[in-house]
Design a protein around this ligand. Structure first.
Ligand SMILES: Cc1cc2nc3c(=O)[nH]c(=O)nc-3n(C[C@H](O)[C@H](O)[C@H](O)COP(=O)(O)OP(=O)(O)OC[C@H]3O[C@@H](n4cnc5c(N)ncnc54)[C@H](O)[C@@H]3O)c2cc1C
Length: 512
C-alpha cells in the first residue's frame, strides 16, 4: 500500500464485494459499542456509495447508530468559488436527502480534518470510522494523522467507493500504462461491476439531532473569498443533476448523445459531444460504477461508443488513481520515468522561440491564437474541451492518445520542464471545475513528462517526449471555427456577468 504502512487488507464479510474495504487501524482495546461515523470526502453522494453502504451495514450489525461527517478544509489545493460553490451546493442537497430518506444526520466541520474528525469521534464515543478513498497526498497524510490521533478503541476502515475496481485490488504496483493495467481491471470486472444493494435506513437512530448548518452563509463566504474564479452556470451541482446528465430525458448522455460520442468527442466545436460527467465524477456526485452499469445496458445500440466511453471511464480514470496512489511525486518531474527525466533535462536549456511568464499565460497573452482560445475557454467556461487537453485518433484496434496541445505548448514556452509542469497544474487546478483530480495530475504529467506514454523521435525542447504543433491541430479540426466559438462564448459570459452585477446593484439601491 502507498502510505499507511501498517495497513492490512482484510476481506469484508459485509454486502460489498471483497477487497473494496481495507483496515487502516484496528482497535486494540476491548470491543466497544459506540456509533459508526462515515467521514465523507471524495464520494459526496447517497446513491451507489460503497462507503455509506459499508458504514450503515456495520452500524446495523453492531446495533449502533451512524452519522455522516464532512470537513471543509480551510484551504484545499487552491480551490476557489467555482469549485467550492459547486461542492457546497451539492452537499446542501445531500444533507436534506440523507435526513429525509435515511434519517442519518450530517455534521459539517471547518478546519483541518486531522483535528475535527478525531474531536468528533471522541465527542460521540464512536467505535468505527469509515472513510472513502482518495490517492492524493494531502488526504492520505491526513488519514495517517487521524490514525495516530484517535483512541485505541476506534477502528478505521477505508472503502474505495470511487473506482469500479478498487485501486489496491486492480494492481499492487505502479503501472506503466493503459496496456499494463487494462487486463488486470478487465479480469476483476465480473466481481466488481455489479449492481448496488438498496440502502435502507439504519435500524438504530442517532440520539442527538445534527447541528444547524447555515448553508447560504457558508456558500456566500466561499464565493466571497474565492471570487477571483467565479462559479459557472452551465453545470448544475448535485446528485439529481448528475443523473440527468448521465441519462436524463432532455439531453442525457446515454439517452440522447451517445450516438455521436465516438465522432463528436474530437470536435472542439461540440462541447456536448463528450459525456460532461467529469465534474460529477470528481466531486463524487455520481458513481463511476453507476455510469458503467448504465452504459453497458445500452451497449447493443452503440457498441463502439460504449466501449470507448468505458475505456475512458474505467481504464484511463483508474490508471490515474493507480499513478497517484503508488507514485508520491505524481505532480513533479521526480515522478517521471528515468528516460523521460533524462531527455527533458538534456533539452532543458534548448533555445525557445518565446518565453512567457505564468501571468502572461494565465491572461492568454501569447502569440498563438489557438492556445489563447483554449486558455480563455478554461478561465471563463471552467472546462476546456477534451480535444484541447488531449487528442484521440481512432484506429481499428484502439483509441490512440496523442499529445495535448495546451500543456505541450507550456513546455515549449517556459524555462524548463519543472516550471512547465508547475504552471500547467496551477492553471488546471485553479480554473477547471474538475481540477485537483488524479486525472488532471496525470494529464499534465502525460503531456509534459511522457507518463503512460513511450519515447519518440528526439527533437529540440521536447527531447523524446511526444510532440504536437499548430499544424497538427489544423489538420484535425476547424481551428478558426474554434477560436470564433470561444470568442463568442467568452463575450456571452462577460455580458451575463455585467448584467447580473447591474441588477444586483439596482437591488441594493432599492433596499437601501
Ligand atoms: C492536460 C490535461 C489535463 C486534464 N485535467 C483533468 C482534470 O483536471 N480533471 C479531470 O477529471 N480530467 C482531466 N483530464 C482528463 C480528461 O481530459 C477529462 O477527464 C475529460 O476531458 C473530461 O470530460 P468528460 O467527462 O466530458 O469526458 P469523457 O470523454 O466523456 O470521459 C468520461 C470520463 O472518463 C474519464 N476520462 C476521460 N479521459 C480521461 C483521461 N485521459 N484520463 C483519465 N480519465 C479520463 C473522466 O472521468 C471522464 O469524466 C485532463 C487531461 C489532460 C491531458
Amino acid at each position: 500500500m502507498a502510505s499507511v504502512s501498517s495497513t492490512t487488507n482484510k476481506l469484508s464479510s459485509s454486502v460489498q464485494p471483497p477487497g473494496r474495504m481495507r483496515v487502516l487501524k484496528e482497535r486494540s482495546g476491548p470491543s466497544e459499542d459506540g456509533p459508526v461515523v462515515y467521514w465523507m470526502f471524495r464520494d459526496q453522494r447517497i446513491r451507489d456509495n460503497w462507503a455509506l453502504i459499508h458504514a450503515v451495514d456495520e452500524a446495523n450489525r453492531a446495533g449502533v447508530p451512524v452519522a455522516v461527517a464532512f470537513n471543509l478544509f480551510d484551504q484545499f489545493l487552491g480551490a476557489k468559488a467555482r469549485q467550492l460553490g459547486f461542492m457546497l451546493r451539492g452537499l446542501k442537497q445531500l444533507q436534506l436527502d440523507l435526513q429525509e430518506s435515511l434519517q442519518i444526520p450530517f455534521f459539517l466541520f471547518q478546519g483541518e480534518a486531522e483535528e475535527t474528525i478525531p474531536d468528533f469521534l471522541r465527542e460521540c464515543g464512536a467505535s468505527l470510522l469509515v472513510t472513502d478513498f482518495s490517492p492524493l497526498r494531502k488526504v492520505q497524510r491526513c488519514k495517517e494523522e487521524i490514525c495516530k490521533r484517535v483512541s485505541d478503541l476506534v477502528t478505521i476502515h477505508e472503502v474505495d467507493a470511487h473506482n469500479v475496481v478498487p485501486t489496491w485490488v486492480a494492481s499492487e504496483k505502479l503501472e506503466y500504462g493503459a496496456r499494463t493495467i487494462r487486463g488486470k481491471i478487465n479480469k476483476m470486472l465480473p466481481e466488481c461491476l455489479i449492481d448496488f444493494p438498496t440502502l435502507q435506513p439504519p435500524s438504530r437512530k442517532w440520539a442527538a439531532t445534527s447541528r444547524l448548518i447555515d448553508w447560504d452563509d457558508l456558500i456566500a463566504d466561499v464565493l466571497r473569498k474565492g471570487a477571483e474564479v467565479p462559479e459557472i452556470e452551465w453545470c448544475e451541482p448535485g446528485e439529481k443533476a448528475a443523473m440527468e446528465v448521465l441519462m436524463g430525458s432532455k439531453n442525457g448522455f446515454l439517452t440522447k448523445r451517445l450516438k455521436g460520442y465516438s465522432a463528436d468527442r474530437n470536435n472542439p466545436l461540440k462541447p456536448r459531444g463528450l459525456s460532461g460527467l467529469s465534474p460529477y465524477l470528481h466531486f463524487g456526485q455520481i458513481s463511476s460504477q453507476r455510469c458503467a452499469l448504465e452504459a453497458r445496458r445500452v451497449r447493443k445500440l452503440f457498441p463502439q461508443a460504449v466501449d470507448t466511453f468505458l475505456e475512458e471511464l474505467i481504464v484511463r480514470r483508474e490508471l490515474a488513481d493507480n499513478f497517484c496512489f503508488y507514485q508520491h511525486h505524481y505532480d513533479s518531474l521526480q515522478g517521471a520515468w528515468g528516460w523521460a527525466r533524462k531527455t527533458l533535462m538534456d533539452h532543458a536549456s534548448d533555445e525557445r522561440e518565446h518565453i512567457y511568464t505564468r501571468e502572461q499565460l494565465e491572461k492568454a497573452k501569447t502569440a498563438d491564437p489557438l492556445w489563447n482560445a483554449s486558455q480563455l475557454e478554461m478561465v471563463y467556461y471552467g472546462k476546456m474541451h477534451g480535444f484541447m487537453r488531449q487528442c484521440h485518433i481512432a484506429s481499428n484496434i484502439s483509441v490512440m492518445k496523442m499529445l495535448m496541445y495546451w500543456a505541450k505548448k507550456i513546455l515549449e514556452w517556459t524555462r524548463g520542464p519543472e516550471e512547465a509542469l508547475e504552471i500547467s497544474i496551477y492553471l488546471n487546478d485553479k480554473y477547471e471545475i474538475d481540477g485537483r483530480d488524479p486525472s488532471g495530475y496525470v494529464g499534465c504529467m502525460w503531456s509534459i513528462c511522457g507518463i503512460h506514454d513511450q519515447g519518440w523521435r528526439e527533437r529540440p525542447i521536447f527531447g523524446k517526449i511526444r510532440y504536437m504543433n499548430y499544424a497538427g491541430c489544423k489538420r484535425k479540426f476547424d481551428v478558426d471555427g474554434y477560436i470564433s466559438y470561444v470568442k463568442r462564448l467568452v463575450g456571452e459570459i462577460k455580458k451575463r456577468k455585467s448584467e447580473s452585477l447591474l441588477s444586483q446593484k439596482a437591488k441594493e439601491l432599492r433596499s437601501s
